[in-house]
Design a protein around this ligand. Structure first.
Ligand code: ADP
Ligand code: MG
Length: 435
């Protein structure tokens, strides 16, 4: 361990990149520099790490460019007072190694990983935009929901013992079981923090003070979220992305890529499904806050809600199909289900399994919404609404849905019922008296 020029101890050889060091370092890797092209002194380098955790550089030259992502030994959004091990870059890299082969075209290609600098060099996604920003700006991406559903379905089946020998799955599970730091972030920020008085929590105050207190004081809700936290930590069903919100997806009209799998861990499939749906639901409820005189955003809101339905349908259909096509693993061995009666039993079991994922997903969606409104990490969808009254209104409607999603037994027979309920909860204030 050495001190380098960050205040925290880091392994020998580690240094945080900056503009000048990045030019030198990349130039020393000719095959990578070739992706950029031209004289390193003339490269355009932008540091865009608008995320919470890492340094992200976009490097452009005469040929094209690359994206360089490096871990810092602390949480970037907070500073050195919240140390965070560098290894998150290693787990992001491992996700690329282990799930990447199944996800071609759905993630950026990784060109290089440096285990000393905890940095990876990947394909520059351009002119892609973060999906969340696109949704806030009122743009449509017709293929995004199904592409993300494809990402989740492939990960869920192909990294699991449905498709792989258990020895391989156990070894992979062991690798990601070491992703302690970011799994702790999930365990605390989602499954505990919103129910505690903590300085790192915040919400639109004073508007939501009573809502936050009501949620903290609801013992049944607390138990529902704790139960899901238990499932998250114990149900090692498949390799999760672990942080699949709309800020982890980059899009153009034609192309969709999932980025930032540093939270990767084996867990319940419904977690990724639920987190993504939750973020679409929050984008939906936030729309009136982005309305202008020219655009009420009603059409856009309806389109976003429909994307949550498209996401779930594509996921369910592909999970089922991929399971049947790749059922060569040790779980549900395909050789045991060959006669018509056996195949019927297998089809029933697949439907039950999807029901289980659905039910988990609704709960995880509820927990994700609550923590994004009352916890540490908030969403731009709401944060970009300057007027606190309008922001609180959108957030309160989201919290109302979140509580319904966490009720057991679920009042929602299927995803369409969830979306219809969301639509009812979104009735504009002026219309409520007449609705
Ligand atoms: P963090 O984990 O620190 O939040 P992300 O992986 O989410 O980092 O990246 C932060 C930002 O960098 C993204 O929001 C996006 O704007 C940009 N970015 C990340 N990867 C790429 C890429 N491959 N190409 C272009 N931009 C990227
Ligand atoms: Mg991240």
């Amino acid at each position: 361990m050495a001190e380098n020029n960050v205040g925290l101890p880091t392994p020998a050889g580690y240094f945080p990149l900056d503009d000048a060091r990045l030019r030198v370092w990349l130039s020393g890797l000719p095959s990578l520099a070739a992706h950029v092209g031209g004289d390193a002194a003339h490269w355009r380098i932008d540091e865009v790490g608008d995320g919470n955790l890492n340094l992200v550089f976009l490097v452009r030259g005469t040929v094209g460019g690359v994206c360089v992502k490096q871990s810092l030994p602390y949480v970037r959004a907070v500073g050195e007072s919240w140390p965070m091990p560098l290894e998150r870059a290693f787990f992001e890299h491992q996700h690329n190694q282990i799930a990447g082969p199944y996800l071609a075209g759905l993630i950026p290609q990784t060109f290089h990983y440096d285990s000393t600098l905890y940095a990876s060099v990947m394909e520059l996604l351009s002119p892609h935009l973060i999906l969340r920003q696109g949704l806030i700006a009122g743009r449509r991406y017709p293929h995004a929901a199904t592409a993300v559903a494809e990402f989740v379905a492939r990960s869920a089946v192909l990294t699991s013992p449905l498709a792989q020998p258990f020895e391989q799955v156990f070894d992979q599970t062991a690798i990601f079981s070491r992703n302690h730091a970011l799994t702790r972030v999930t365990a605390e920020l989602i499954f505990a923090d919103p129910f505690e008085h903590l300085p790192r929590n915040r919400w639109t105050s004073p508007e939501l003070d009573q809502d936050a207190a009501d949620i903290r004081n609801d013992a049944n809700l607390r138990a529902a979220v704790a139960r899901l936290g238990h499932r998250f930590l114990t149900q090692k069903e498949a390799l999760l992305h672990g942080d699949l919100h709309t800020g982890s997806v980059m899009v153009t009209e034609a192309d969709t890529r999932v980025i930032d799998p540093e939270f990767a861990v084996y867990g319940p499939v419904g977690f990724d499904v639920g987190v993504f749906i939750a973020n679409l639901l929050m984008a939906f409820f936030a729309q009136p806050g982005h309305a202008s005189a020219a655009d009420s955003r009603q059409t856009h809101a309806a389109w976003i809600l429909a994307q949550a339905g498209a996401f779930w349908r594509h996921f369910a259909q592909r999970y089922d199909a991929l399971w049947q096509e790749n059922g060569g693993g040790d779980a549900w061995p395909a050789r045991l289900f060959t006669t018509p009666a056996q195949r019927d039993a297998f089809a029933r079991a697949r439907r039950e399994r999807l029901r289980e994922i659905y039910s988990d997903a609704l709960g995880f969606a509820g927990a994700e919404i609550i923590r994004r409104i009352l916890g540490f990490a908030h969403n731009q969808d709401f944060e970009a609404i300057a007027d606190p009254l309008r922001r609180a209104d959108a957030e309160r409607r989201s919290l109302t849905l979140a509580r319904a999603l966490l009720l057991t037994p679920s009042p929602f027979a299927d995803m369409d019922a969830v979306l219809q309920h969301a639509q009812r909860l979104a009735v504009p204030i002026a219309d409520e008296a007449t609705a």
